[in-house]
Design a protein around this ligand. Structure first.
Ligand SMILES: [Zn+2]
Length: 343
């Protein structure tokens, strides 16, 4: 067995832990409930027990490189403090890294969950042929991550890449971050459901209204299904999702000029419904994109770059993530490997 590390994806609902070897092969993966309602001490203790069990299973066969943990929310990298986490409500200014290291008696690396997803896609996914990548994750919220030269670009405090909280509507819907009109309020799964309920309240959205009243789990997925079946009200919602994504991506492309931007997270499976409007907006708003968009003869819209490999001349690729929900797990496992390579 090769050297390995442990990657942890600490979500609001699921706690996932994997042993991954230095070549990116998955050794073992377990999924547990996070148990957020039982409080942070319980979550930490339960997670540390599960990490210890997995380490003890393999560390007599190969050296352990370290433990990386992806956590949703704002994390101060220097202090290991979780400043705020929407999915872990009692983790405000909580010294999570110290609490975990004390239990495990070893060094761990904490990182924002969208940053580790970006690192995972860079290591083994859609961006593996590139040194630099930006990622947006569309889930309950909208996360963002930046990788430069194969490592996470953290900024001064480890808070860089919060693309989900950039403004697309100056006086728009209030966001949990304190701002109004954040991308997250228009391109997350939560936002899709809210916009559908607004359309129903405004009257006329009859198919959406029927779905909302008959489906107890009325979700972004149900709205996507209606959009794909051609329902105009559902299609309009996803066009707006695409438009808002295009606005933020055009700013990212203009300011960063990266070779590739990856869109992942559960709600990215609605790609077919939102991406035409996204590419249209990009071409309209970004001179850098217009100058570097790949031509894809199979795409219905010029410049749509879903399945195009970058050719000479540094094309700007905007594409779907490949690793699904495992991106964060692989990225977290990758953290100690990069730390070791640097030291
Ligand atoms: Zn916000």
């Amino acid at each position: 067995m090769n050297k390995f590390s442990i990657g942890v994806d600490l979500g609001g609902t699921n706690l996932r832990i994997a042993a991954v070897d230095e070549n990116g092969a998955l050794v073992e993966k377990v999924t547990l409930g996070t148990g957020v309602s039982r409080g942070r001490d319980y979550v930490i203790a339960d997670m540390c027990d599960a990490i210890r069990r997995m380490v003890e299973k393999y560390n007599h066969r190969a050296p352990l490189l370290g433990i990386g943990i992806g956590v949703p929310g704002i994390i101060d990298i220097q202090t290991g403090l979780v400043r705020e986490s929407p999915n872990l409500p009692d983790w405000v200014d909580y010294p999570a890294r110290a609490a975990i290291e004390e239990r495990l008696k070893t060094v761990v690396i904490l990182e924002n969950d969208a940053n580790v997803a970006a690192l995972g896609e860079k290591w083994l996914g859609a961006a593996k042929d590139y040194a630099d990548v930006a990622m947006l994750t569309l889930g309950t919220g909208v996360g963002g991550g930046l990788v430069q030269g194969g490592a996470i670009w953290r900024g001064a405090n480890g808070m860089a890449g919060e693309f989900g909280h950039t403004t697309v509507e100056p006086d728009g819907h209030p966001c949990g971050c304190g701002n109004r009109g954040c991308l997250e309020q228009y391109a997350s799964a939560t936002a899709v459901v809210r916009m559908a309920r607004e359309a129903i309240a405004n009257g006329g959205a009859s198919a959406l209204a029927r779905a909302a009243s008959s489906d107890p789990e009325f979700s972004a997925k149900s709205i996507y299904n209606l959009a794909i079946q051609g329902d105009e009200d559902a299609r309009r919602i996803f066009r707006y999702v695409g438009r808002c994504l295009g606005i933020v991506l055009s700013t990212m492309v203009n300011s960063l000029n990266l070779p590739i931007y990856v869109i992942g997270g559960g709600a990215s499976s609605a790609w077919e419904a939102f991406s035409p409007a996204m590419f249209e907006e990009l071409r309209r708003r970004s001179l850098v994109y217009a100058a570097t968009a790949p031509q894809d003869p199979s795409a219905t819209h010029e410049g749509a770059s879903a399945h195009v490999k970058a050719g000479p001349g540094h094309k700007t690729i905007i594409t779907r993530a490949l690793l699904g929900s495992d991106a964060g797990l692989y990225g977290a496992a990758r953290l100690p490997m990069i730390a070791e390579a640097k030291s």
